[in-house]
Structure formats: C-alpha cells, structure tokens
Design a protein around this ligand. Sequence first.
Ligand code: SAM
Length: 294
Amino acid sequence: MQITALHRPVLINEVRDSLDIRAGMVCIDGTLGDGGHSEMMCELVGQTGLVIGIDRDPDAIPVASARLERFGSRFRAVHGNFTDIPELVRSVTDRPVDRVLLDLGWSTTQFMMRGRGFSFLTNEHLDMRFDPTESGESAADIVNEYSVGELVRIFRLYGEEPQAERIAHAIVDARLHAPITTTQQLAHVIVRVAPRHGKIHPATQVFQALRIAVNNELGVLQSACAAITDFIPHGARIGIITFHSLEDRIVKRFVQAQGAAVTALSKKPIVPTFEEVRDNPRSRSSKLRVFEKK
Ligand SMILES: C[S@@+](CC[C@H](N)C(=O)[O-])C[C@H]1O[C@@H](n2cnc3c(N)ncnc32)[C@H](O)[C@@H]1O
C-alpha cells in the first residue's frame, strides 16, 4: 500500500496544551485523517495510555495505521462516524475516556488524492461522501435532482453564497442538456454565471455547501456534541476544531446550553498564530473550543 500523508494537523500545540494530555490517559481522535493529532496523543499518553482513532473515510484507516504502527497496541484505528463514539469506543475498550478531539472537515490527502470529488482543481466524479460505502446521496444526486429552491437553500445556508440564485438557475439549465456528473462540469457552470472576484475561486462556497449537505455535517456535529458529552465521565475534556462559522456556532451554543454541566476552558475560541497561518494557509479559518464535563 502506498502511504501518502499530506495533511498538516492544525493548532497542534494549542490542542496539546488545552487538552492537557497526560501519561496513562485514554484519548479519542474522532477525526483520524492522516493521524497527525493521534501521533501527538500517542506520544503523550505513553505506554499505559490508549488512543482510539476514528474516521468515516475507510481509506483513512490504513494510511494512519501505517503511520502509527510503531506505537503498537497503544493505538487502535476504527472506521465509523464520530456521532457513534460511545458504541465505537466500547467495541475497543471499557476504560473511561479522558479526552476527545474532533478536527472537522476534510484532510488534504482526501481532498487531493482520493478522487472523491471534493476539489474542482482536478476532474473527478461529483461524489463528496466521506464514506463511499454509505448509501446516502452524492453531490451529483443533489445537483441533478434538487429543485432550484432547494439548491438555493443549500448554497445560501451552508455556503453563504451571495450568487446562490443565479448559480442554482444555471445548474438547472445546464442539466437539461446533460447530467452534471464531474467536478469540473459543475465548476464551469458556476464560473460562467459568477465570475471570480479576488483570490477565491467562484465555485469554492458551492462546493463547501454540497459537501456539508451530502454528509449532513451540521446535523452530525450537533448530535455528536450531545452523545459524546453524555458518554464521557466527569472531568473529561472535548476539543473541537471548526473551519466555518456555522460549525463554530453549533459548538458555542451547545456549550452555552449545557449551563453548569460543562465549563468552557476559554470564552473565545483559540485561533492559529500568525506563523501557523503563514506556513499552513488551511489553518486560516480554524477555531478550537475546549470544554470540560463537570
Ligand atoms: C481535518 S481531517 C483530520 C486530520 C487529522 N486531525 C490529522 O491530523 O491528520 C478530518 C477527517 O475527519 C473525517 N470525518 C469527517 N466527518 C467525520 C465523521 N462524522 N466521523 C468520523 N470522521 C469524520 C474525514 O474523513 C477526515 O479524514
């Protein structure tokens, strides 16, 4: 198997410090990806600790497992959705969980290498499911079957796309001639009606919106916050790294709604340093919120 770990973990020092990971702890990395955060966790928990890495993308499991092989039984990788953390963790251990990390969105490896249709820079099938073994709709199903009104709602709500209406009409016109099945077909339709302003490619927000819709990312995050908080013991901590305001708002409101049941470690989210953004532009929009169950 070819091992191609491209992803640079964001906010890694801030995750280490705010989660305060110590020897002997049980840590859950709910978004394993290429295993960058899990590697840091494995080093900190030492020989008596345990790190369980979970990913919805089955292809992440062998890549991260190969990278973390040297940690032996200290590391376990499990394919699954982080909303099912209680069941997935119990399938591996009965030990109480001390720390949980969710680093949302896609990994650079997925984006660039796996042909999943997340990127308009290469021509790929318009799929966008994190887990292609799941039976849910693909981005192509949404683009070819949803009404103008439904497309506008998705592009506005999940992409905050100002040209949502024009783009939705252009998609519906284009699909009358031929179904839109590839990333570049869709990108061309968007570019024709929403020309580039500034540095951001005009298809960026629509692609983000489709990915969020296909994977029900906001619904999954909402239910995961509740399921994980119920599952962990008092004193355990959860860290969540978000990449856009919709996700951050869900985490912030969840913590507020818990009242005295959880304590936020800081009022404002932790953001990357100037140096991190310079060296890894993907970290630009990342925000880390950490809270402890009381
Ligand atoms: C930003 S990457 C994580 C990168 C990782 N922290 C690292 O250092 O390599 C996000 C990962 O979360 C996975 N993912 C997204 N939604 C998920 C979910 N609901 N359950 C489990 N994994 C999910 C994606 O497949 C992707 O591999």
